[in-house]
Write a protein that binds this ligand. Structure first.
Ligand SMILES: *[C@@H]1O[C@H](CO)[C@@H](O)[C@H](O)[C@H]1NC(C)=O
Ligand SMILES: *[C@@H]1O[C@H](CO)[C@@H](O)[C@H](O)[C@H]1NC(C)=O
Ligand SMILES: [Zn+2]
Ligand SMILES: [Zn+2]
Length: 318
């Protein structure tokens, strides 16, 4: 299903629905994928525990994709249905805690807005995990003080993998050619320069077949088990040390000077290079490693939080 190209843009959805109603039984309609990116979330705003709402299983897939579902919860029957149960509520609370929102467990407007913002495909690191049961019998106001939040905001991949050398080579290998090769190279190189300036890493170009870091432009399924999703939604992703893959979704409206419906390629490149060097997501909204980026936004300078994250990982003192 992920491989199918979106068949209708959101503006055409009502007509497309009527068309579907005319030609297919209702059961097909319910499974039909008519939205792009994270648009399905809009219809779920206001949902809370105890409800059964069509589309909640999509939210469960979303939370799993971005790191909010542990393997134990995933085994449960309700991982795939449309019921808003206690497990889903606690996953939403963990999401809200990550993003510094009130952990209401309700799909409120703020939470939906954040979830719908286009983002990196890498999983979020949980700042806090609260087992569903521990939320019971709490009185108002007492909740937050009992949660042991990691307040550093930056994070690493599980097990803190990092490079064991500081001289890295980089190359290019793409299966799609939607970004001009010269532009892609110069943007990739300026992202490398940003990290080199604060981290002690140096980068030298080499052939893509034996370089440490490989930049690529791809679409949908592209051989690494993490298919892209067409226009909107996930913009790019990268892998932990020392894999070195740094991939951009060919179907995004990339730009080096983004308008209101375009994304800044350099912002994404700096973010993904942070992953390549070993950083996970940060929940400081101004950090490069913040998971999401609205269209039309440039964020091309490392934040103090990003610098602290990389320098702590590699024990660099300033
Ligand atoms: C908080 O996060 C930092 C960075 O990921 C990590 O080094 C540290 O061990 C964490 N502290 C706690 C108490 O979990
Ligand atoms: C990309 O551009 C097209 C054409 O302007 C627009 O319809 C679409 O909404 C844009 N995508 C995003 C995610 O803004
Ligand atoms: Zn990311
Ligand atoms: Zn990839």
């Amino acid at each position: 299903m992920n491989n199918a190209k979106p068949v209708a843009s959101i503006q055409h959805a009502p007509f497309f629905l009527l068309f579907l109603l005319a030609i297919s039984p209702l059961s097909t309609l319910c499974e039909g994928k008519i939205t792009q990116g994270f648009d399905f979330l809009q219809l779920l705003q206001g949902c809370h525990k105890g409800q059964t709402v069509t589309g909640l299983h999509e939210l469960k897939k979303y939370l799993k994709k971005f790191g909010y579902v542990n393997s134990q919860d995933d085994l449960c029957e309700h991982a795939r249905d449309d019921e808003f149960d206690e497990v889903l509520e606690s996953q939403i609370r963990n999401y809200q805690l990550n993003y510094h929102f009130d952990p209401t467990g309700i799909l409120d407007a703020q939470t939906v807005r954040q979830m719908m913002t286009p983002r990196c495909g890498c999983k979020d690191t949980l700042r806090a995990t609260i087992p569903a049961r521990s939320w019971k019998h709490r009185t108002d106001g007492g909740e937050r003080s009992t949660i042991d939040l990691n307040v550093s905001d930056y994070s690493y991949f599980p097990g803190k993998p990092k490079w064991s050398k500081t001289d890295l080579t980089y190359g290019f290998s793409s299966s799609a050619s939607d970004i001009d090769a010269r532009t892609f190279k110069s943007v990739a190189e300026s992202s490398l320069a940003k990290w080199a300036a604060v981290s002690g890493f140096s980068f030298e170009e080499a052939s893509s077949t034996n370089s440490d870091v490989v930049f690529g432009v791809h679409r949908y399924e592209h051989g690494d088990g993490a298919p892209f999703d067409g226009n909107g939604g996930v913009l790019a992703h990268a892998f932990a040390p020392s894999i070195g893959w740094c991939h951009f979704d060919a179907d995004e409206n990339w730009s080096t000077n983004p308008g209101p419906r375009e994304f800044d390629l350099e912002t994404a490149a700096i973010h993904e290079m942070g992953h390549v060097l070993g950083l996970g997501h940060s929940y400081e909204p101004d950090a490069i490693m913040y998971p999401s980026i609205p269209p039309g936004t440039k964020k091309r300078d490392l934040h103090e939080n990003d610098v602290q994250g990389i320098q702590t990982l590699y024990s660099i003192s300033t």
